[in-house]
Structure formats: C-alpha cells, structure tokens
Design a protein around this ligand. Structure first.
Ligand SMILES: Cc1cc2nc3c(=O)[nH]c(=O)nc-3n(C[C@H](O)[C@H](O)[C@H](O)COP(=O)(O)OP(=O)(O)OC[C@H]3O[C@@H](n4cnc5c(N)ncnc54)[C@H](O)[C@@H]3O)c2cc1C
Length: 497
C-alpha cells in the first residue's frame, strides 16, 4: 500500500501544473494540485496574489479594499478557513448597529431596510417598516399580490418582471432594486429568481402569492438582504495570504508580475507565453514591470482569470468556446475613506446604505467600523471607515473619469448624503480608490445555461481546466467550491487517465 502511494506521489510529481491567475480561485486550484504532489507554478499578473482579496493600509488601518465578507451558504468558505487554521478569527457582523438602510426613497429620504424579506421583497406590505418606504398607496398595490391568481404554467425568469407584476413599481424600485444593485450590481430585470432565491418560484405556486412565498421562505433564511455573512478579523485578504503560505510549504511557486498572453500546445505539452508589460490587458489589473522569464512548459494548465482574458487564452484550444464574452461584467469602483468623525459613533445608518437607483451617484455604502468590531478596534476611538461603491451593470462608475483626489472628494460628498451627516474634507485621514471588473453575478438571466455550455466545452479539451467567478458566479461562496471541484477533475484526469 505504502509502495503504491509512493508511486502515485512520484507520478504526480512528474506532472507540472501552471495556474494562470493568482486570485482566490487560482490559489485554491493550485493548492488542490500541490496537495497530491503535483509540481505547481502560479502566474499572477499583478504585484500581489489574491485578486479581489486585497488589502492595504489606509489612514493607518490595514483594510480590505475588495471582498470583505463571505456568505455562509453551503459552508464551503468556512470549511476552507478551518482547513487554513483561521477559524479563531472568523467574526460576525455587529448586531448593535441595526441592519442596512435604503436611501433616496422619494418623499421619505432614508429609512431602515425592512427586516425579514428575500432580496428586498417583503413578507408583509403593511408592516410598519415596509409601509414607511412604500407609502399607503404602494403598500395597497403590493398587497394586491395576495388576491391576484398565480399562473401555474411555467414560471417567471426575471425577478424584475415578477416583482413588478405582483407587487407594483414602488416595491420594485424602492425595495428590490436597491438590494440587487447593491449586492449584485444588477437591475432586478437581469436577475433570475431561481438562482438568486432558490425555492421562491415553487413557494409562490404553493402559497398563491409572492409575499406569501417570502413569508414561507424567510422563516428558513436570515433577515439580511444579501443572506448571512461572516468575516475574518484582519480582513478577508488573509485568506489569500494563508493560501500562498500553504502553497509555499508544499513547494509550489507563486510568481507575481507574470501576465500570460498565450498558450500553445504541442503533443501533450503546453507552452505558456508571458506578456511584455505594454502588451497586457487594461482590465486585468496589471501593474509593475514584467519579470523577464522565458516561456514555461506544463502538462496541465488551469486558467483562473477574468472571462475576457480566459476566453482569449482558451478559445484556440477548446472547440465551441467563443473567444469573446457575450456581455462584459460591470465595472465597480470602491473608495475607502478613513474619517475622524465622532458624529459617526452613533452609527446613523446602521451597517450601511443601499440606494434607490438614480437617486445618488454612489450605489451603496458600507460603514465598516459599524459593521465589523475588529475594524472599529483597529481604527481607534472616533475614527471611522466607510466604503463607498460606484458603478453597476448598466452604469459606469461616477468616479470613472476622476483622478484619485477627485474620486475621494466625490465619495466624501456621497458619504455625507448617504449617512445624513455633514463630513468635511479636513476630517479625511486617508482615502483609497480601487477599480474592479466584476464577473456577471451567477443569478444573471440566462447565465447558468451559457456557463454550463462553456464549462462543458472546456472539459472536453485535454490537459486544461478553468476556474473563477465568470464560471462559478461572483462571490466566494460560489468560487471556492467550484475551484476545488474543477481542480479535482483536472488532477484526476492528469494522474489517472
Ligand atoms: C469589489 C468587489 C467586492 C466583492 N466583495 C465580496 C464579498 O464581500 N464577499 C464575497 O463573497 N465576494 C465578494 N466579491 C466577489 C469575489 O471577491 C470574487 O467573486 C472572487 O474573489 C473572484 O476570484 P477569482 O479568483 O475568480 O478572480 P480575481 O480575484 O479577479 O483573480 C484573478 C486574478 O488573475 C490575475 N490575472 C488576470 N489576467 C491575468 C493574466 N493574463 N495572467 C496572469 N494573471 C492574470 C488578476 O490580476 C487577478 O489577480 C466581490 C467582488 C468585487 C469585485
């Protein structure tokens, strides 16, 4: 038995896997391959691995600049965290601050986002917190849902159409659109309820109304609009750091400033071509000069970058895979502000604010020092961290044409408006703007079928795999298990076929 295992390990060690892209998906795929003894090289275009999991010091506090939490759904991210030995640092968002608010409600301004809904859809239109946002007229219209018969043939594939037809425009614009825009960067019309809220359509048929369906589902769900989330003390970027550490322990190499611009295959061997600095793609967030290394050879390549780059690399080798995405994902900019602002100690808008689309230039704000106790402790007394986000699927970020100082000034103005507190430039202790090309949310209408087709095509090609948010759907809860499953498939095929 030991002999067989030694043989398997020796066989695995003969295989060289190159992972293109050092975001969380690429690091996980690399780790899964390194665990069984395969030789692994990760090629990351940027200065640091981690991708959207990135942190930096802003105003003296080390903060997440991209992803800052994970959904508990499925338990996969938590299992990874446990495996990486970070369990003691898992933290829940603070409850003392109340939940999130919605701003830009016509005639109302800002109000707490009603509790107990699903994707902003309320269970009871006449609940005080719902009626406050919809007004009596909007609440009556939404209540008509209880009287309107449900079509039993087929079901609705657009969340927007479903909510509009059953609850009316006000419920759509003031409750549901702020949630999907804030959480998915997408309008409800583009969201598939079957993916975003599994079971909702079935509960609608069962209970005879949409609000009844929500009441039915809500019992089993959390009241937070985006679902239950947890974080990591010190920031989610620690997940990437821990993965890199584990890779190094297993002898894998993680190269940064190494952007891949082409793959060639001769027999069973891949040649991976690295780009010169000026040839690289703007969207691929490359900075710093290229490290001058020649082409690499590999038995297996795992492509773990954004959709546009991945399709370009894969299409020449994968029959039936289009070289261009059908629709690019949204560009999102997050401006992190560190403020000396005792007036925010009272957490005036709970953990943050979502906006009614069109009412503000920012789409959402997170009051990080209200949401995360560890951030409040790291910042110190009366110092606050807010993250202001711009840009959705249908709208360029308002910060896009601005330099960093102008973007910080705009974010400060929006933070004042969204938090309902006058904040002056002299209160700013630090600011940092980050730009992201986000993958389409998994719940985008039609995306499930399109990615299934892309994945099936990729799986027919020998010696190659693909992972990442464009295939799994955006969000760590999707990306993590998907990367593990794809790495398992790729390594099994490389070792046993
Ligand atoms: C602003 C923002 C906030 C988010 N917040 C959360 C959150 O709080 N919770 C949550 O669960 N999810 C969140 N998400 C989603 C989640 O972070 C992502 O789905 C996930 O991190 C994507 O990982 P990835 O490895 O697929 O891609 P990425 O993190 O984008 O990694 C891809 C990597 O590939 C590199 N690369 C690109 N081209 C090349 C090339 N040619 N050669 C070599 N390397 C290349 C890039 O530099 C990058 O490092 C957020 C996403 C965004 C954009």
């Amino acid at each position: 038995m030991t002999e067989q295992l030694d043989e398997l390990y020796a066989h695995a060690h003969e295989k060289h896997v190159v992972v293109v892209g050092g975001g969380v998906a690429g690091l996980i795929a690399a780790w899964e391959c390194a665990k069984v003894g395969m030789r692994v090289t990760v090629l990351e275009a940027g200065e640091r691995p981690g991708g959207v999991l990135r942190s930096a010091e802003v105003g003296g506090v080390v903060l997440d600049l991209g992803a800052e939490s994970f959904a508990t759904r499925g338990g996969h991210v938590r299992a990874l965290i446990d495996e990486l030995g970070l369990s003691d640092d898992v933290v829940a968002p603070g409850t003392g601050a109340g939940g999130a608010w919605v701003a830009g409600v016509p005639g109302v301004g800002a109000a707490p986002l009603p509790k107990g809904g699903v994707l902003g859809i309320p269970a009871n239109p006449f609940a005080e917190d719902v009626r406050r946002i919809l007004g009596w007229g909007g609440a009556w219209r939404a209540y008509l849902d209880r009287l309107k018969p449900v079509l039993t043939i087929g079901h609705e594939h657009s969340l927007g159409r479903l909510v509009r037809s059953r609850l009316g425009e006000k419920a759509l614009d003031r409750l549901v659109a702020p949630v999907t825009t804030g959480v998915y960067s997408a309008h409800p019309d583009d969201i598939d309820p079957d993916v975003a809220a599994p079971g909702l359509n079935a509960a609608l048929t069962r209970t005879g109304s949409l609000t009844g369906a929500v009441a039915d589902l809500a019992g089993a769900r959390t009241s937070a609009p985006g679902g239950a989330v947890l974080g990591l003390r010190g920031g989610m970027a620690r997940l990437a750091d821990a993965l890199v550490e584990r890779l190094e322990v297993l002898g894998a190499e993680v190269r940064t400033r190494a952007a891949v611009d082409g793959l060639e295959r001769a027999g069973a061997t891949w040649t991976i071509r690295l780009a010169a600095r000026e040839e690289r793609d703007e969207d691929d967030a490359v900075s710093g000069p290229a490290v001058d290394v020649g082409p690499l050879e590999a038995d297996v390549v795992v492509v773990a970058i954004g959709e546009a780059g991945a399709r370009r690399l894969l299409a020449p080798h994968v029959t039936g895979l289009a070289a261009e995405p059908a629709r690019p994902g949204p560009v999102v900019e997050i401006v992190t502000l560190v403020l000396d602002a005792p007036e925010l100690d009272a957490k005036p808008r709970g953990t943050g604010v979502l906006t009614v689309p069109g009412s503000h230039r920012a789409k959402a704000l997170t009051h990080a020092t209200a949401k995360w106790q560890w951030v409040a402790e790291a910042a110190g007394a009366h110092r606050h961290v807010v993250r202001v986000s711009f840009g959705t699927q249908n709208e360029e970020p308002a910060t896009a044409g601005l330099d960093d100082d102008e973007a910080a000034a705009l974010a400060l103005e929006e933070a004042s408006a969204l938090l309902g507190v006058a904040l002056a430039p002299h209160q700013l202790a630090g600011a940092r703007r980050e730009r992201f090309l986000q993958a389409q949310p998994a719940a985008t209408v039609g995306l499930k079928a399109a990615t299934a087709q892309a994945r099936a095509a990729i799986q027919t090609a020998p010696g190659i795999g693909a992972v990442g948010a464009w295939l799994a759907g955006t969000g760590l809860a999707q990306v993590v298990p998907d990367a593990i499953a794809e790495a398992e498939r790729v390594r099994r095929r490389a070792l046993f076929s």
